[in-house]
Design a protein around this ligand. Structure first.
Ligand SMILES: Nc1ncnc2c1ncn2[C@@H]1O[C@H](COP(=O)(O)OP(=O)(O)OP(=O)(O)O)[C@@H](O)[C@H]1O
Ligand SMILES: [Mg+2]
Length: 152
């Protein structure tokens, strides 16, 4: 999926991740960030709401496609619109960065339509994943993913 993002995306992308508690949202975000070149600890942003990461440092390929920063956002504990500005979410979501948002359903009136919406469902041996492109940019990533041409 990280390779599909690099190959098909241009500019910022909003990716939302849905699924019950423990569905695997953070696990998938961690794997994506690792594959995009993030080193060090990737903690869950439940309390801070948002954690910033530098991705693909010194790699021109990243800058051309999805920018130099990614933001991991977890809205599980989001409760009042005041927190939106206090946590800097308005600014973060306006930047041309990759934004990975867990629990988007907690702020439906504040989040724009996602470029890519991911739904995770636990199954016996792993997870079912459903990936939907909600914009031309997101649809390009999903097509790239489906084609298996991920040698970006
Ligand atoms: N694809 C997978 N296959 C098997 N186990 C998984 C998979 N993805 C996640 N898990 C396991 O499920 C547990 C919960 O995962 P995770 O914390 O990523 O869920 P979450 O959706 O982010 O939960 P929350 O809603 O609490 O934020 C972890 O123990 C993780 O190792
Ligand atoms: Mg989580």
């Amino acid at each position: 999926m990280a390779h599909a993002l690099l190959a098909a995306a241009s500019g910022g992308l909003l990716v939302t991740l849905r699924g019950d508690l423990g569905a695997g949202k953070t696990t998938l975000v961690r794997a994506l960030l690792r594959a995009l070149g993030v080193h060090g600890r990737i903690k869950s942003p439940s309390y801070a709401l948002v954690e910033p990461y530098a991705i693909g440092e010194n790699d021109i390929k990243f800058k051309r496609s999805i920018g130099t920063h990614a933001y991991h956002i977890d809205l599980y504990r989001f409760s009042s619109p005041d927190e939106w500005d206090d946590a800097g979410l308005r600014d973060v979501l306006d930047t041309h960065a990759l934004c990975l948002v867990e629990w988007p359903e907690k702020a439906p009136q504040l989040l724009r339509r996602a470029d890519i919406d991911i739904a995770l469902t636990p199954s016996l041996e792993g997870r079912w994943i459903c990936i939907h492109g909600g914009s031309p940019a997101g649809a390009a990533v999903v097509r790239q993913l489906a084609s298996g041409q991920t040698d970006a």
